[in-house]
Write a protein that binds this ligand. Sequence first.
Ligand code: FAD
Length: 444
Amino acid sequence: MQLYDPVYDTIRPEGIAYCANTSDVARSLTFAREHGLPLTARSGGHSYAGYSTTTGLVIDLSLMSQVTAKGDTAVVGAGARLIDIYSALPPQGVSIPGGSCPSVGISGLALGGGIGVVGRLHGLTSDNIIGLTVVTADGRVVAANAATNSDLFWACRGGGGGNFGVVTAFQFSAFPVGQVSLFGLRWPWSAAAEVLPAWLEWSSASPDPMWSNCLLQTAPGALAPVLSVGGAWVGNVADAKAQVAALIGTLGPPTSQAYGQHDYEEAMYIEAGCRGLTQAACHLAGKSSGGTLARTITLAKSDILNAPLGDAGVQAVLAGIQDRQGQGGMGAVAYDSWGGAINRVPANATAFVHRKALASAQYDATFPAGTPPSTLRAAETWLDSWYATLRPFVSGEAYQNYIDPSLANWQQAYYGANLDRLEQVKAKWDPDDVFHFAQSIPLP
Ligand SMILES: Cc1cc2nc3c(=O)[nH]c(=O)nc-3n(C[C@H](O)[C@H](O)[C@H](O)COP(=O)(O)OP(=O)(O)OC[C@H]3O[C@@H](n4cnc5c(N)ncnc54)[C@H](O)[C@@H]3O)c2cc1C
């Protein structure tokens, strides 16, 4: 099995252990240690930096993808993909908060946070973990929860995948599902300087059931980039429209607007880009029988916005997209609204430190497999230089799940004031630094 991003296909593991249960994971880990092999865990394989592959042993959890619910508790195998969770839980009347991309694995997502369309109402994926089963560096199987191994439990809620042990199962607190109303609005690019700050102000002040994003992206071949606002309101469509009316009221009517009310599972399929597809089809081609989705090369960087961008910041954002539009290449920034339940958790209550954010920003350029290296290098040059121009207008924090191998001060950017405590947990649970990669939590 390969990672989501084809650029990492050149890394050839010595072996891949397809584990069927927790004892397989413990035996694989012990085998790798006894033979001096580097090892890494792999759930959905979506690490932007390719940290779930190695030249040693990959401990693959994809067979451990069972998802069950009992009352308000969901038990999820460490290899489940988000679409498997969104297919299995809502028919039982519940779900857990997660991201949109259907093929992202639960482990990387939950261990590093997990933002998504119900995050302002129900919190991060990591905020909803109530227990984990973990294979530790010495091959033991331990439980981690509020009462048992609470330091490991703290670190596994936002401390990032691949750092403290191999998680084999998660227990989540699940919420009851209801109707979700989705909407999409477009304004002409000429309105971008007004829409972006107005959206940020509106989205961060919205009630918790409202999540939205603002997307600015190039449109190669067209005259101008595209500007859109989309979102999800947990509730009926009349209430969604009433909320959105406040944004439209400050900006004037968009050039197009669309609304729809859906049951929870259908809404998650639409957000995943899988409307009309079966669960089997909503997987990566080649990863499971019937999968139809394509792997993608992604260059990505992130920021966390704790304050408005200001006029100069907005101009710098727009200049980057316009510059890329002029080059005729793909490029985008997606702002996702945070706040609500996410920000009500104290910054030191779990390892996830970013609790003052209005929004996250993800700057990216995506390409199909086989794109020539020269095209990727040109995109990287554009992305790096745009990102540099934005430094004066952002917090300096970055989202650990948008892991960025070229980020210089990543320890502070991902973990801030929680870094020291994470290093202490690392020293206790992985004193030999078995779980090591370029941006793993260091030993103190
Ligand atoms: C297309 C795309 C869309 C995305 N959308 C969202 C989104 O909507 N919301 C969001 O919050 N994030 C999103 N992300 C980011 C995503 O959360 C991270 O990339 C996440 O790390 C992916 O998890 P994974 O299990 O698929 O990745 P993997 O590459 O398998 O794992 C990521 C890291 O966790 C480690 N790891 C994997 N399994 C385990 C385990 N069982 N125990 C311990 N460590 C483990 C790996 O070694 C690696 O270091 C997206 C990423 C992509 C590429």
